[in-house]
Design a protein. Structure first.
Length: 117
């Protein structure tokens, strides 16, 4: 079973940057999309960004122009570069993979991002 481990979170001031990583336990050759989601306290988990197997990217309106999703196939790692961070970006960030069959990986432990002065 594919395991995902998120890392790279932390405390950052408004306007700052962070790069999140999602390490995948094995090489994934075929998939539909790799996604980042986030969950703020007392809120539902929400979609942040997606990259398809063909490299197409999609973003939530709230992060468009500030966040960039990418992947390194050689390192089996998914990234989320977050710039111009705002307090409302504070959340636990999670990654997942949607396979061609429709199967979705289980959530990892997430990584906490806190944007505060």
């Amino acid at each position: 079973q594919v395991q995902l481990v998120e890392s790279g979170g932390g405390l950052v001031q408004p306007g700052g940057s962070l790069r999140l990583s999602c390490a995948v336990s094995e090489r994934i050759f075929t998939f539909n999309a790799m996604n980042w989601y986030r969950q703020a306290p007392q809120k539902e988990r929400e979609f942040v960004a997606r990259i398809t197997s063909g490299g197409t990217t999609n973003y939530a309106d709230s992060v468009k122009g500030r966040f960039t999703i990418s992947r390194d196939n050689d390192k089996n790692t998914l990234y989320l570069q977050m710039n111009s961070l705002k307090p409302e970006d504070t959340a636990v960030y999670y990654c997942n993979i949607v396979f061609l069959s429709g199967t979705v990986t289980e959530w990892g432990q997430g990584t906490q991002v806190t944007v505060s002065s």
